[in-house]
Design a protein around this ligand. Structure first.
Ligand code: GLN
Length: 206
């Protein structure tokens, strides 16, 4: 493994920024909170945290970050979105607000708040492609992925148990090239394996 410490940004407009920063540091990265285009231009990769995608979309516009961020993602900057971050990275979001903007790094269709009101929040152990052993996943008003394009790799699904109901088999983690996204929150569990995977990806890309 390379000892290079990449500089990974965490989009710091809203959401669980500190939790991601802590996990990235544990995974061997240096971390920069990103609120301005200049900061964005310095990082080797970017994490888009969980929070509220409609709010983050609005803040991206008012901080003049929407365009430079879309451009960097198009140019191949590694990005990792959790929950609201996944929604922002998707090409299309169902049940979003009409003025909600998409960054489009992932050729997927997501449904916001897909798991419904009763199961607002839940936890589940998942198999995650590229990670050994079960991964404990925390879902909070999470989206799921309804459709993936040909270039998208499915990394995790909700297990097909009777208790899972309509959620059984739903796609909850994907990767397309250097863009990674989870419907759940790996930053909240104390298990930094997903962040390690992302930091590795940023290292490879440098
Ligand atoms: N439901 C939120 C949204 O639409 C996402 C929730 C989360 O990030 N925990 O943005």
């Amino acid at each position: 493994m390379s000892v290079v410490q990449p500089l990974v940004g965490v989009l710091a407009l809203q959401g669980d920024v500190r939790e991601h920063a802590a996990m990235l540091e544990r995974a061997g990265a240096r971390v920069l909170p990103v609120r301005r285009a200049r900061e964005l231009s310095e990082v080797d990769g970017l994490v888009l945290p969980g929070g509220e995608s409609t709010t983050m979309s609005r803040l991206l516009e008012s901080f003049d970050l929407l365009e430079p961020l879309t451009e960097r993602i198009e140019a191949g900057m590694p990005a990792f979105g959790s929950c609201a971050g996944m929604i922002l990275l998707a090409k299309q979001a169902l049940d979003g607000r009409p003025d909600q903007r998409q960054l489009g790094g992932l050729d997927i269709v997501v449904r916001r708040n897909a798991f419904g009101r009763q199961v607002d929040s839940f936890e589940e152990d998942l198999e995650f492609s590229g990670i050994d052993g079960p991964l404990h996943a925390v879902f909070i008003r999470a989206p799921w992925v309804e459709k993936v394009g040909d270039d998208v790799e499915v990394l995790a699904r909700v297990p097909e148990t009777p208790a899972a109901g309509a959620a059984a088999g739903r796609i909850v983690a994907v990767r397309q090239g250097q863009v990674l996204a989870t419907a759940f929150h790996p930053e909240l569990t104390g298990d930094e394996r997903v962040h390690r995977l992302f930091v590795e990806l940023v290292r490879d890309k440098r």
